[in-house]
Structures are given as structure tokens and as C-alpha cells.
Design a protein around this ligand. Structure first.
Ligand code: ADP
Ligand code: MG
Length: 557
């Protein structure tokens, strides 16, 4: 059996392997590590996401750099800020036992001076996104003229994102004699071009079959009318109460809408898309990673390079145009030998797309039937039973127990269980018609009660207030910035202000009813740029004299 030791890793790195609990090298590691350790060569490695590529280039790079020299010796280019931070973290762990090795991440959207300072203090390895790196080279804040190793990670993604020019420009600042290592999940023509243009007789390594979904991913599709997509999504989620999923939408707006609906319906969901500020994105990703969020609703661009283990389902709320993108999406699940499911919602008329995916992936996709409300309810009860069985005993309740036991002394066990069940599912109307509607409320009540303040608050739409505010696009607000502004003013959480809609001269937003006074107070007498900000509660049925009322006021900015 191959071990990390037999691949030639030194004692310090083996310590990290031990600490990380890696037992055997993955296939790409087994093939790539010895080559990179022993030979000075260019290399192209094709392997799917989740196959351990970071360690495949990370270990050799860490072993080969000279920690006594402070100059930057290794450069790793990666497509997104997320991925950049991930690689830096991971490399930090790999190199923990090595003395005096500094790994610095540089990426856009963060303070450039801070990053430059870190580089100045000495960074043998720099992990960078192309845009920011190019910027810093131009401003002479980083020097890559003496690097020995250059990694292009997720090369296909980088090129997809239009970084070809940037990469080309960056590479002109690197020395000729360096070794280039390119890692990619797929080999589209653009990657081929890069390899041909900038690499010298690269050794090619391919792991598994190119372009195909991993074997441990089950691909399923549901045929649903377009307008029932959301209901279908809820059903799938309800049938899998332990779901930890990434839901892909095609547009930012749809991403946001789906997330907000799910949140209102009491699920632990959040949106991730390009309109969010970096800060918001970080918060969302952190919550997802810590599993505080169960459903991450994302656009393809925003989700690029997300490497979160244990994702049980990838859900294609809509199919992407490119099958390649489908492969990328589904590659987010079924990682590290675990099972994963990729779910597709598709309309009848788009059915032929299933065939083309099957052809491309050389796998059969399974058509699934929507579960009936009864089935969904069954699953819910089963889940509840499991949860009750697995509830840790709260020992400080012990002293109260005798009294409670006494209170139920004459109640037979069956009745007792029925009482608990009825209390738990009291909001659940079992009439078939009603089931459709009350589904979510029961979900919100039973699962989330103590977990997130905001979820509990907004799980029934009736609990929300809708406000009008007299600032809008004219004041340079987009919905994200307005949401941030309101949230920070009210000191509320990420999901406590929702359904923010920005019009030209005014906007709307919603909060939970409990926040009504808070909102009205906060905006009472609020003056920004000499201008009185006006917030009013909208009333059902009452049409708002929006334009006429607010047009008259002329505000100076
Ligand atoms: P890729 O870059 O190919 O998508 P990563 O390098 O991000 O994959 O690795 C995916 C996950 O697998 C990471 O959490 C990593 O820590 C883990 N991993 C890597 N190598 C091994 C190994 N040999 N054994 C177990 N887990 C591993
Ligand atoms: Mg990777």
C-alpha cells in the first residue's frame, strides 16, 4: 500500500498528514507528489474537485522551497477569493511544522495595504487571485520575478471567469526557468492553449475519467412545471431533514428570492451571489461551513471553488446552459469518498437536456416522483422521532423530574406519546389540501425553535411588517447596500431585514412584527445629508400615494 512516507514527504510534512488524519494518499496525490518532488518539470494534472489537488501541489511546494530565503519562491493562482483563502489555510496546516515559512493570500475586496505589508515581511509562498495580483505587481507591492514554482489551480474555472489576459500578463513577470504546475477538473480548449503557450513539455496526469461526475454521486431529476419549482424544492428538503445542500440558480435575483422564501418558510437558508458585499459573503460562507445554514442558494459564479465537505445534495433549481457547469455543480457533493446526490428540477419541454447530460457524463440519471404530502409528513415524523431519541439528557433538569413524572403518573405511555406528538405538530393540518400549506410552518416550529432568532420570527408571512422608505436608487442604493444600511442602523441580523426592493425614488423592506417599534423609532427624526428619511408602515389594501407624495420634496445630497 502506498503511504505518504513512500511518496517521499519529509518528517515535518508527515506530521501534518498525521494531524490531518489523511490515511492514504488520493490517486492524484500518489501520482503527482513523487514527480514534483523528484523532477524539475512542468505538469498538467486533471482531476475532479474533491480529489485532494491542494495537497498534491502543496506538499511538494512546501518541501521544495527554502525557508531561509525570504524571497517569494512559490506562486499559486486561484480563481476566487474564497478559494484563495481556502488554499492558504490548508497550506498553513500542511506547513505548520515547518519553521519560518510564510504563506500570504492576496485577493480583491480586502485592504491592499495590509496585504502588501504581509508580503513585505516575507512571503515564500503567495496565493493570489489574478486581478489583485496584477494590480499589486503594477504597483510594485509584490515581486514574483524570482519564483521557482507557479501553480495554476482550477485553471478551467479561471479561464471561464475571463482571467486569460490577466494570467498571461502575470506570467510575463515570472522567470523562464520556473516550473509550472497546472491543475484543472476539465480540459477545455482554453486550458490547452495556456498549457501549450506557457508550459514546456508538461508531464500529463489524468485521474479518473475526465469530465465525468464522480461515481458516488446519484443524479436524480424531477419533472415539474416551472412555477412549481419552489414547492418541489421544499418537498425535497422536507424529505431530507438532515440535508446540507447547495442550491444553484441562474440569476442573482432568483438566488435571492429563493433564499428569502426559504427563510420565511423557516428553513436555515442564505443566498450567495455577486451583489453581496465581501463582508456579507464571508458571513454567509462561515455560517454555511459551520452548518448554521443548511441551504446555500448560489449562482455559479459565486459558488466557484467552494470547498465544503459533507454537502449531501446539490440542487439544480434550474439547469445551467453548459453541461460543463453541471459537472462543476455536482462535483460539490460526493467528496472524499462520501455519497452525494445531485437533484435537477426540469420542465417537460426541457427534458431532452437530461439526455445530453447522460451522454456527456456516461451515467444514467434517475427520474423521481414528487413525494406526496403524506410522504413528506411521514419523513418529518421519522425525523422528529430520531431527534427525540438522540436528544442529550439535560442533567440540570433532574431535580424537577419527580414533579413532572408525578403529573403524568396516571397517563398511559401511548397517550403520553400522542400528547407530545400533537403538541409538536399542532400547526399541522392533516387535511390533504391544507397539508401543502401548513408544511412549512410545522417545519419552522419543530426544527428551528431555539436555533435562530430570525428564523423563528419570520416563519409565518403574517408575522412580518412591510415598510416604505423614501430613499432609493436615486440615492445610489442597491438592495444589498440598503439592506446593510437598515440592518446596521437597527442592529439586526443578516436575515432580519428581508425582501428589500429598491425603486428609483423609494424602496420597501420587511422585518418581523416584533421589530416594528424599533424600526419606527430608528427612523424617527433621522436626517441624512440634510434630508429627512421617512419610513412608513405599508397597510394591506391601501394603495400608497407613492409618487405624488414624495416627488414634491426636493432633497439635497
Ligand atoms: P480539490 O482541490 O481536488 O477539489 P482539495 O484539495 O480541496 O480537493 O481536497 C478536498 C478535501 O479532501 C479537503 O478537505 C482535504 O483536506 C481532503 N483530503 C485531501 N487529501 C486527502 C487524503 N489523502 N485523505 C483524506 N482526505 C484528504
Ligand atoms: Mg482545489
Amino acid at each position: 500500500m502506498t503511504t505518504f512516507k513512500s511518496l517521499g514527504l519529509n518528517a515535518e510534512l508527515l506530521q501534518a498528514v498525521e494531524k490531518l488524519g489523511f490515511e492514504t494518499p488520493s490517486e492524484v496525490q500518489e501520482k503527482v507528489i513523487p514527480i514534483l518532488l523528484e523532477q524539475k518539470t512542468d505538469l498538467v494534472a486533471l482531476a475532479q474537485t474533491g480529489t485532494g489537488k491542494t495537497a498534491a501541489f502543496g506538499f511538494p511546494m512546501l518541501q521544495k522551497i527554502d525557508p531561509t530565503v525570504r524571497a517569494t519562491q512559490g506562486l499559486i493562482l486561484s480563481p476566487t477569493r474564497e478559494l484563495c483563502m481556502q488554499i492558504t489555510n490548508e497550506m498553513g496546516i500542511y506547513g505548520e511544522a515547518l519553521k519560518n515559512v510564510n504563506i500570504v493570500a492576496i485577493y480583491g475586496g480586502a485592504n491592499i495595504t495590509e496585504q502588501a505589508n504581509k508580503i513585505r515581511r516575507g512571503a515564500q509562498i503567495v496565493v493570489a487571485t489574478p486581478g489583485r495580483l496584477k494590480d499589486m505587481i503594477r504597483r510594485k507591492l509584490v515581486d514574483i520575478s524570482a519564483i521557482e514554482y507557479c501553480v495554476l489551480d482550477e485553471a478551467d474555472e479561471m479561464l471561464n471567469m475571463g482571467f486569460f489576459e490577466d494570467i498571461q500578463s502575470i506570467l510575463t513577470h515570472t522567470p523562464k526557468g520556473k516550473s509550472s504546475w497546472l491543475f484543472s477538473a476539465t480540459m477545455p480548449p482554453e486550458v490547452h492553449t495556456i498549457a501549450k503557450k506557457f508550459m514546456h513539455k508538461p508531464i500529463e496526469i489524468t485521474v479518473g475519467t475526465k469530465n465525468s461526475g464522480a461515481k458516488n454521486i446519484a443524479h436524480q431529476y424531477f419533472i415539474v412545471p416551472g412555477r412549481e419549482r419552489y414547492t418541489a424544492l421544499r418537498s425535497v428538503v422536507s424529505m431530507n431533514p438532515e440535508i446540507f445542500a447547495c442550491v444553484f440558480c441562474r440569476t442573482k435575483i432568483e438566488t435571492q428570492k429563493v433564499a428569502e422564501k426559504l427563510i420565511q418558510d423557516g428553513y436555515k437558508a442564505a443566498a450567495l451571489h455577486g451583489d453581496l458585499s465581501q463582508n456579507q459573503r464571508d458571513i454567509v460562507m462561515q455560517s454555511f461551513r459551520k452548518k448554521k445554514i443548511q441551504l446555500l442558494i448560489a449562482t455559479d459564479v459565486a459558488a466557484r471553488g467552494i470547498d465544503v465537505d459533507d454537502i449531501t445534495h446539490v440542487i439544480n433549481y434550474q439547469l445551467p446552459d453548459e453541461i460543463e457547469t453541471y459537472t462543476h455543480r455536482s462535483g460539490r457533493t460526493g467528496r472524499a469518498g462520501k455519497e452525494g446526490t445531485s437533484v435537477i428540477f426540469i420542465t417537460k419541454s426541457d427534458r431532452r437536456k437530461i439526455k445530453s447530460i447522460e451522454n456527456k457524463l456516461q451515467t444514467k440519471l434517475t427520474e423521481m416522483e414528487m413525494p406526496s404530502p403524506e410522504e413528506v409528513f411521514h419523513s418529518k415524523i421519522n425525523h422528529w422521532v430520531e431527534q427525540v431519541k438522540n436528544t442529550p439528557i439535560k442533567s440540570d433538569l433532574h431535580s424537577y423530574l419527580p414533579k413532572v413524572i408525578e403529573a403524568f403518573e396516571t397517563t398511559p405511555k401511548e397517550t403520553l406519546i400522542e400528547l407530545f406528538l400533537s403538541k409538536e405538530f399542532r400547526n399541522f393540518d392533516l387535511h390533504p389540501k391544507a397539508m401543502e400549506f401548513s408544511r412549512d410552518r410545522a417545519e419552522g416550529d419543530s426544527n428551528l425553535r431555539s436555533e435562530r432568532r430570525s428564523d423563528k420570527k419570520i416563519n409565518a408571512p403574517a408575522d412580518k411588517d412591510r415598510f416604505f422608505i423614501n430613499i432609493g436608487a436615486r440615492d445610489q442604493y442597491e438592495w444589498t447596500t440598503l439592506k446593510d444600511f437598515i440592518r446596521s442602523l437597527l442592529n439586526l441580523g443578516q436575515d432580519d431585514v428581508f425582501q428589500v426592493e429598491v425603486m428609483k425614488n423609494f424602496s420597501f423592506f420587511s422585518t418581523h412584527k416584533d421589530n416594528r417599534d424599533l424600526v419606527l423609532k430608528a427612523f424617527d427624526n433621522l436626517i441624512i445629508d440634510d434630508r429627512k428619511v421617512n419610513v412608513e408602515l405599508t397597510k394591506k389594501g391601501k394603495t400608497f400615494p407613492l409618487q405624488s407624495k414624495h416627488k414634491k420634496k426636493k432633497f439635497k445630497r
